[in-house]
Design a protein around this ligand. Structure first.
Ligand SMILES: NC(=O)C1=CN([C@@H]2O[C@H](COP(=O)(O)OP(=O)(O)OC[C@H]3O[C@@H](n4cnc5c(N)ncnc54)[C@H](OP(=O)(O)O)[C@@H]3O)[C@@H](O)[C@H]2O)C=CC1
Ligand SMILES: Nc1nc(=O)c2c([nH]1)NC[C@@H]1CN(c3ccc(C(=O)N[C@@H](CCC(=O)O)C(=O)O)cc3)C=[N+]21
Length: 302
């Protein structure tokens, strides 16, 4: 008879994020007492994409609960570049706004790069501006993209010191894969970045103590690719048809049930990385508020 396998620990990103949001709420209240205003986050949504709408609504709710003022700007899908740029400029100059997030992807007729470039780096709580990407690359303090920073928090909580761990990041996007690899490198892991041209991805993954999957392909990473005991962080959010006719469900980039038989610990989807992204967004907003108001926030407070 084969030995029964120990199921992986389930990394509860939802609970971790709730704890973090509570801490952020207290620091935001301290800020308000000192500055005479709450930290402010402006979220810009162009068009009516239903998934984006849900996400924007969740951010709004989480902000309010964490003592952060939320300013929502919903623009029609046919908004032109100049109108969007003018809004970003206005938010750059608005002293009540500490953080600006322009929900991506934008409709195809709009130029994402120029919109991101227009956001003041001091209000770029997504960490997408080239100034912040550059700061991360050279080790200066700036805003770090929310999803990779959230993943790093979960990894440190799970593993403690990451020194010398073999990590593979699958995906090399500017918003997830690349900054994730940078953060892991800075944490002294040995990092492999895999992508669509990687040969023998399964073999690359088999060597890794830490697997971060940010591909956008439902359940692509199979259970038998996972090194026994590895820590698996699943960033993917993919909507697929559910068993029940006409319904959908969310799955990650990792085949959760299979991988859970071999991993030491694994994040679920939903309830893993997603809630961390929102919590880190709020964290970055509070950090921005302190910096923009010229107030001191002690290192390591958030
Ligand atoms: N939980 C959260 O908060 C968030 C979740 N997401 C989710 O994470 C996933 C990734 O997002 P994002 O980084 O924006 O996606 P992108 O589409 O920008 O990048 C996907 C990456 O995966 C690589 N890739 C695609 N196919 C393969 C393959 N067959 N084998 C290996 N690598 C492959 C691509 O390689 P190449 O560069 O060669 O094309 C690319 O680098 C998505 O599911 C997205 O919804 C994203 C942001 C936040
Ligand atoms: N400028 C910009 N910044 C972003 O950070 C950004 C973006 N654009 N565009 C879209 C992606 C995606 N993203 C998610 C964040 C949280 C959840 C989330 O909270 N997920 C929950 C619930 C999911 C659900 O039930 O729908 C979970 O995984 O448990 C999901 C996805 C941020 N993104």
């Amino acid at each position: 008879m084969s030995e029964p396998r120990q199921a992986a620990r389930r990394i509860d990103g939802k609970a971790f994020a709730a704890t973090l949001r509570e801490k952020i709420g207290k620091v935001a209240a301290d800020f308000a007492a000192e500055a005479g205003r709450k930290p402010g986050l402006a979220v810009v949504l162009v068009g009516e994409d239903p998934a984006s709408s849900v996400y924007v609504r969740n951010k709004g709710k989480a902000s309010v609960a964490a003592n952060i003022e939320s300013f929502e700007h919903r623009l029609p899908a046919d908004t032109d570049n100049d109108t969007l740029m003018a809004l970003v400029e206005r938010l750059n100059g608005d002293p009540a706004v500490d953080g600006i997030l322009v929900q991506l992807p934008l409709p195809a007729h709009l130029d994402e790069q120029s919109v991101i470039a227009a956001i003041s780096p001091d209000k770029d709580v997504d960490g997408f501006h080239v100034t912040n990407a550059g700061r991360l690359a050279v080790g200066q303090s700036g805003f770090v993209p929310c999803t990779p920073l959230g993943c790093l928090m979960l990894l440190k909580d799970e593993l403690g010191d990451l020194s010398g761990k073999d990590a593979v990041v699958i995906g090399r996007s500017n918003i997830v894969g690349k900054p994730m690899a940078q953060l892991l490198t800075d944490a002294n892991a040995t990092v492999t970045i895999a992508h669509s041209r990687t040969k023998d991805l399964a073999d690359v993954v088999r060597r890794a103590d830490i697997v971060v999957a940010a591909v956008g392909r439902p359940e692509m990473i199979r259970g038998d690719w996972i090194k026994p005991g590895a820590t698996v962080i699943d960033v993917g959010i993919n909507r697929v048809p559910a068993a029940e006719e006409g319904k959908t469900r969310l799955v990650g980039d990792v085949a959760f049930d299979e991988a859970g038989q071999r991993a030491g610990a694994i994040t679920p989807v939903p309830g893993g990385v997603g809630p961390m992204t929102i919590a880190v967004l709020l964290r970055n907003t509070v950090v921005a508020a302190y910096r923009n108001a010229g107030l001191e926030l002690a290192d390591g407070t958030l």
